[in-house]
Design a protein around this ligand. Structure first.
Ligand code: AMP
Ligand code: GLY
Length: 428
């Protein structure tokens, strides 16, 4: 089989790494890929939003299956475009991807199908949004409707910051038309977890739960990033909690989408807050998470290619998906300045000193080859994943490798995986 993987981050490197293990796979293309991916796949210079270019490529090169990493091509309708041309692809259609593409849609959908989420109001006019903020109790969360590269949610603790956020989103249009509408919702307190699930639109198979560390600094301080590390599984999602998440969130979501004729075959990402009143949805994504994928896929025993093929054909079955009992942790190394403006073109040293294998994996994100050297080319540069039977050993092993990597200005968190040591609470 020939597979095309769309995207260029650590998530896509983890996907390529896992797909490459399958005896079914003869060749992998990545569009556009990165320096790490290029060791396992042929990278082709097609941007991930160029739907026609990607479909032309798949057609011309007789690609058997296309796997899409990032949200943008999915919300633009890459699945619809490929299906129109009879090309096999793995992912939700444009109308199903709206669950991530529009927060207004997602919130109204959750209300309609009684899926637990924070109480909310939707605004199309900034003056009305501001009046609402002035008359509400704090804290609140203000979210731009459309895609905003993970920066569209602002937590506010006072009226002034609320007014300023509404101005920026709805008047100055910092996220362009993604800010035509906003959702204003209650702030949820609790523990944040990610649940990824394979689904063919009928059968839903949750993956091990994971936790992303979104803030740039240790102790969850500083601005939000795309994710500075992750670990899986979490201790707080036990079997009972997973059953509850399945029954109250995953199942009604997939059933509701089907009832509306929105075909969701792919990965459903539920970003949840486990509150004292049970799990509540903060966001849905229509794809694998990054860095969560870098810790979840190393725990998968089964053949990912077979799973994707079954989903694309609508015949996913429980027996197909098996997981190890291991624990995985991933530490992200980022460029100086990230998540704001960051430096690029710094040479990366030390990867050859790391003994890579099944238990220590380096996934590239923002890297490229320049004149035979490996240099940084993005905000998040590399993810170091370690796998072990024991939590402490996995964390120790990941950091022992992280310490060997060098590039000017490299920053990483030193507390990834700490959440696993928190005492388990009962959530009702
Ligand atoms: P979102 O883009 O909706 O996932 O929001 C980004 C981040 O903002 C989440 O990962 C949470 O850390 C935080 N967040 C979003 N919504 C809420 C909420 N209702 N209550 C508390 N924190 C939230
Ligand atoms: N780790 C957050 C995301 O993938 O959206």
């Amino acid at each position: 089989m020939k597979i095309l993987v769309v995207g260029s981050g650590g998530r896509e490197h983890a996907l390529v790494w896992k797909l490459h293990k399958s005896p079914l796979v003869k060749k992998i293309y990545a569009a556009p890929g990165n320096a790490g991916i290029s060791k396992l796949a042929e990278c082709v210079e097609i941007p991930s939003e160029d739907l026609t270019g990607l479909a032309n490529f798949a057609e011309k090169n007789s690609v058997d299956l296309t796997v899409v990493g990032p949200e943008l091509p999915l919300t633009l309708g890459i699945v619809d475009e490929f299906q129109k041309r009879n090309l096999r692809i793995f992912g939700p259609t444009k109308s199903a991807a709206m669950i991530e593409g529009s927060k207004v849609f997602a919130k109204e959908f959750m209300k309609k199908y009684h899926i637990p989420t924070a109480s909310f109001k939707i605004f199309e006019r900034p003056d009305e949004a501001i009046d609402f903020v002035k008359s509400s109790d704090m804290p609140l969360v203000i979210k731009a409707d459309g895609l905003a590269a993970g920066k569209g949610a602002v937590i506010i603790n006072d009226v002034n910051s609320g007014v300023s956020a509404i101005q920026k989103i709805m008047v100055e249009k910092i996220f362009k038309d993604a800010g035509d509408k906003v959702v204003i919702e209650d702030f949820l307190e609790g523990e944040e977890v990610t649940i990824l699930a394979f689904t063919d639109g009928k059968t839903i198979l949750p993956m091990p739960s994971s936790q992303d560390h979104k803030k740039i600094y240790d102790g969850d301080k500083g601005p939000n990033t795309g994710g500075m590390g992750a670990y899986a599984p979490t201790t707080i999602v036990d079997d009972r909690m997973m059953k509850r998440i399945y029954e109250q969130i995953l199942e009604p979501t997939i059933v509701g989408l089907e009832q509306e004729g929105r075909i969701f075959k792919g990965i459903l990402y539920a970003g949840l807050m486990l509150t004292e009143r049970g799990p509540k949805v903060m966001e849905f994504n229509c794809r694998f998470g990054d860095p969560e994928t870098q810790v979840v896929l190393p725990l998968l025993k089964s053949d990912l290619t077979e799973i994707f093929m079954s989903i694309a054909e609508g015949e996913l079955s429980l027996e197909e998906v098996e997981w190890t009992d291991d624990f995985a942790v991933c530490v992200i190394l980022a460029s100086a300045g990230y998540p704001d403006k960051y430096e690029k073109g710094k040479e990366v040293f030390g990867l050859d000193k790391i003994e890579q294998g099944e238990d220590v994996l380096i996934f590239h994100a923002g890297t490229k080859k320049e004149g035979g050297k490996l240099v940084t080319s993005g905000g998040r540069v590399l993810g170091v994943t370690a796998v072990d039977k024991n939590v402490e050993d996995a964390i120790h092993k990941a950091y022992a490798s992280v310490e060997k990597v060098r590039f000017e200005g490299a920053q990483f968190r030193r507390d990834i995986g700490y959440g696993v040591r928190r005492t388990k609470r009962e959530y009702f």
